[in-house]
Design a protein around this ligand. Structure first.
Ligand SMILES: Cc1cc2nc3c(=O)[nH]c(=O)nc-3n(C[C@H](O)[C@H](O)[C@H](O)COP(=O)(O)OP(=O)(O)OC[C@H]3O[C@@H](n4cnc5c(N)ncnc54)[C@H](O)[C@@H]3O)c2cc1C
Ligand SMILES: *[C@@H]1O[C@H](CO)[C@@H](O)[C@H](O)[C@H]1NC(C)=O
Ligand SMILES: *[C@@H]1O[C@H](CO)[C@@H](O)[C@H](O)[C@H]1NC(C)=O
Ligand SMILES: *[C@@H]1O[C@H](CO)[C@@H](O)[C@H](O)[C@H]1NC(C)=O
Length: 414
């Protein structure tokens, strides 16, 4: 490769979702001298998960104590509020109820409450039915709940835009429509060449951090990392209340989650524009950009059908999968997740909301990997961010701090 004519970046971030953008911004905050490049394969930033999510700033109640997800959600939520406050990004601390609707869920609710406390979420309370109804009068099916007053909402796409703006102000360059597909390392000069196959454009960089969301396994595999764990796309579709019913929900109402799955269950969520979204379900998507159930990509499907881990998961949980799939196709089926909360709800009150595709890493023995994963291929100036499922948007600034620390210990920054 001819590296004399071209700019050599100190560091290149692959993926301008909220994680890559937070990493870029925190790197430059630490050292504004870095010559930093952000690339994304799409024609705008935050086109995938970071703009297709519930928009909830989680507090860190659900996650295994001691895990990265628990620590970085508790810290990240505070960082996120602080960041939005400082930078004029609109948010609301509208609160949240995790609501039991039958007696069988009470044990699990109590465990969840203890878990929240163990994670350092000290502002939560267990509330009885009267209190629950004073907070959310329409949730007449609720019998007891965890109330989290400092759970909030924000538009994470706007946060991502703001983070990219910060980086650009500190001198970063952004290159869109650049699908990083080929990677060559010149070990003599210690320069990495990153090429976009489609345009045959290439850039040169000393260090690279990949934050490629749904493609993180492919990007890692193509750039000196392991293929595993692989990523499985799970679509989540939302309904929303027709505007005349939006007043029925004041903040966030979540179910007691199914302990077998890392997803939080279908919930009611206020959006920053006042709409109330209901969702998301969790359906295997046969396309990594499959926002509709009819989207099928042959390559993605072939990978799914030959994924051993996924086969094992599907065999164990086919009933859950069918239920979720039915809800994706038939709103009348979706309603059955909602009636326990609002018995009078009908499909006439609802319209289609939108959907998102979760990038979820799966182990070869068929377990959905819950925690965030970042690793470094041996002897290469690269960090791969491999699994950043929910609540990674909430946690993005705290994740970025960890990755920046990792960069400082792994890379030879002076
Ligand atoms: C339905 C749904 C609801 C959710 N709800 C919440 C919530 O309420 N709260 C919360 O905290 N989290 C939530 N999440 C999770 C959250 O959205 C994600 O954890 C977060 O957005 C992950 O950000 P990311 O930057 O890793 O991924 P992404 O936003 O997907 O960004 C990855 C980027 O990499 C780019 N890219 C990929 N491959 C390449 C390549 N080869 N070259 C160049 N660019 C590439 C992509 O174009 C993309 O822009 C939800 C997710 C979904 C799907
Ligand atoms: C980011 O910068 C662009 C261009 O300067 C501006 O239009 C936009 O409002 C900014 N967005 C945020 C969220 O700061
Ligand atoms: C791509 O660009 C490189 C130089 O950067 C050149 O050597 C190569 O021939 C080009 N390939 C194609 C297919 O144009
Ligand atoms: C992994 O990378 C190798 C070579 O770099 C390539 O041949 C293979 O097709 C890739 N596998 C996947 C699943 O992307």
């Amino acid at each position: 490769m001819n590296i004399t004519k071209q700019i050599i970046y100190d560091i290149t971030i692959v993926g301008a979702g909220i994680v890559g953008s937070a990493v870029a911004r925190n790197l430059l905050k630490r050292n504004p001298q870095l010559k930093l490049l952000i690339v994304d394969r799409e024609n705008e930033i935050a086109k995938h998960q970071s703009s297709h999510n519930s928009g909830v700033i989680h507090r860190g109640i659900y996650y295994q104590p001691g895990s990265k997800r628990a620590k970085l959600c508790v810290k990240g939520s505070m960082d996120m509020y602080h960041y939005c406050q400082e930078n004029g990004v609109y948010f609301e601390k509208c609160g949240k109820l995790i609501t039991a609707v039958n007696r069988n869920e009470l044990d699990q609710l109590e465990k969840l409450y203890q878990r929240g406390l163990a994670n350092g979420v000290n502002d939560i309370e267990l509330v009885d039915r009267d209190r629950l109804l004073s907070i959310e009068p329409s949730i007449v099916g609720g019998i007891k709940a965890i109330f989290s007053p400092n759970t909030g909402i924000v538009d994470f796409k706007q946060v991502t835009q703001s983070l990219v703006n910060d980086s650009v102000k500190m001198g970063a360059e952004v290159k869109l429509n650049f699908d990083a597909t080929n990677f060559n390392y010149n070990s003599r000069d210690k320069i990495l060449e990153v090429r976009c196959k489609e345009t045959n454009e290439s850039i040169h960089t000393k260090y690279m951090i990949t934050c490629a969301g749904i493609y993180s396994d492919r990007v890692a595999n193509a750039s000196f990392g392991e293929k595993e764990p692989s990523v499985v796309p799970f679509r989540g579709s939302f309904l929303k209340f027709k505007p005349q019913y939006s007043h029925l929900i004041k903040g966030n109402v979540y179910p007691v989650p199914n302990a077998n799955f890392p997803f939080l269950g279908v919930h009611f969520t206020k959006k920053t524009n006042g709409d109330i979204w209901i969702g998301p379900n969790a359906v295997l998507a046969f396309d990594r950009k499959g926002y509709k159930y009819s989207d099928v990509n042959l390559q993605d499907t072939k990978e799914l059908l030959t994924n051993k881990g996924l086969r094992s998961l599907a065999t164990r949980h086919w009933k859950y999968g069918m239920d979720q799939l039915m809800s994706d196709i038939f709103p009348s089926h979706y309603i059955k997740f909602l009636k326990p909360f609002i018995p009078d709800i009908t499909t006439d009150m609802l319209e289609y909301g939108g959907s998102g595709v979760r990038a979820q890493a799966i182990s070869q023995d068929g377990h959905l990997i819950e925690d965030f994963i970042y690793d470094t291929p041996l002897d290469k100036p690269i960090i791969h961010v491999r699994n950043c499922p929910s609540p990674a948007a909430t946690s993005s600034l705290a994740i970025a701090d960890e990755i920046v620390d990792m960069a400082y210990s792994h890379f030879n920054f002076h």
